[in-house]
Design a protein around this ligand. Structure first.
Ligand SMILES: Cc1ncc(COP(=O)(O)O)c(C=O)c1O
Length: 362
């Protein structure tokens, strides 16, 4: 922790520190909210990125209809912060989690994804025992090859089974086009996304033809919101990273403002090599190295546990103790390493927000 840092310049924070630029965050949230205010589809932002009820509430106040979570424990944190309408865009299996889920359903409007009849039966039995009706979305595999039933007969059979189960209420379908969100060429991304959404909407058409109502059709991410969000029949978009942004989405041309940075400090300099106090326990590397934005002309080349290796590429001389600021390449997993955001405006800390759902992997 950083003692009482309010009013400190971000360079004076104890490091490494995860910083969030408040104007950039506010701008991202309002820009996305405005985009969906003008369209038939609504925004249900994924909170697995920011993991912070304060930010979820900012998104809801700006017009989001609810939030999305990846894990039950995240949903519990959000519900404890007073958020009611929550989609867990994932399967909840096993008796321990299912009993937590029906407890949560007793005091929130939680929805959960299902792709398996036996799981649906377990959910229904637990919901009945608790005296609640659990809202569910069928998860459809729209080409990502992760969870989800195939469009067509398999989806119809599961929808019929879920509709018969007394503890469940079938609200609709979801299909996440995760295989499309990072395609660098926008036209190719559009083609793959539209192909995925055509599969999803074909399931809605089939179910409705057979007399099964489909109120919700949900998909989409930060890389595809302009495509999925305009696709006829899609009712909700689950984009999450847009609020904080990160390097991987910058690289594919998504132009939300980079609100999230890590401020680190130089601890050693040898010629054109500088070592900072941020390594793998501060920044995650699965999408490449973080981008050094201060000072310019230095590049992060490697991370070990507690050390980051910078190489000089025409930048100013660095000295031990100098601050360095970086944009993480992957916001979701980097944020999950930190306890709090240092929220800065004009480079001065104005708030500290706990990352309350950090580590909520169960
Ligand atoms: C189910 C689901 N929906 C939506 C998203 C989109 O999130 P983002 O906007 O951060 O790419 C993800 C990302 O992994 C996801 O798994």
């Amino acid at each position: 922790m950083n003692g009482y840092p309010i009013g400190l310049h971000k360079w004076d924070l104890d490091t490494p520190a995860l910083c969030l630029d408040a104007p950039a965050l506010e701008q991202n949230i309002s820009r996305m909210a405005k985009y969906f205010a003008e369209r038939p589809a609504s925004l249900r932002p994924h909170s697995k990125t920011h993991k912070c009820p304060t930010i979820a509430w900012m998104q809801l106040r700006a017009g989001a209809i609810g939030i999305t979570c990846a894990k039950l424990a995240e949903a519990e944190v959000m519900a404890q912060a007073g958020i009611r309408d929550i989609l867990i865009a994932n399967q909840i299996v096993g008796i321990r989690k299912i009993s937590r889920l029906v407890n949560l359903a007793a005091y929130s409007e939680v929805m959960v994804a299902v792709d398996d009849p036996a799981n649906a039966e377990d959910l229904s039995a637990a919901a009945q025992a608790k005296g609640v009706r659990l809202r569910v979305l069928l998860e459809i595999d729209v080409g990502m090859g992760r969870c989800g039933v195939a469009p067509g007969e398999e989806a119809l059979a599961l929808a019929r089974r879920v509709s018969e189960l007394p503890g469940l209420c079938l609200e609709g379908i979801m299909g996440y086009e995760g295989h499309a969100v990072m395609i660098p060429d926008f036209e190719e991304r559009r083609r793959v996304t539209e192909e995925a959404m055509a599969k999803l909407v074909s399931v809605r058409d089939l179910l409705e033809e057979k007399g099964i109502e489909v109120k919700i059709v949900s998909g989409g991410g930060t890389g595809t919101y302009t495509i999925t969000g305009n696709y006829p029949g899609v009712t909700e978009v689950q984009a999450g990273s847009y609020a904080t942004m990160d390097g991987q989405y910058r690289r594919v041309g998504i132009d939300f403002a980079p609100a999230l940075t890590v401020v680190a400090r130089v601890i050693s300099v040898r010629g054109d090599r500088a070592i900072i106090d941020a390594g793998l326990k501060t920044l995650t590397p699965e999408f490449g190295m973080a981008e050094v934005v201060h000072p310019e002309g230095w590049e992060l080349t490697r991370l070990s546990e507690e050390h980051g290796f910078l190489r000089r590429k025409g930048g100013p001389e660095l000295h031990s103790g100098d601050p360095v600021e970086l944009i993480p390449s992957h916001g979701c997993t980097t944020i999950n390493l930190h306890d709090e955001y240092y929220v800065v405006r004009d480079d001065v800390v104005e708030a500290v927000w706990p990352i309350a759902a950090r580590g909520c992997i169960r």
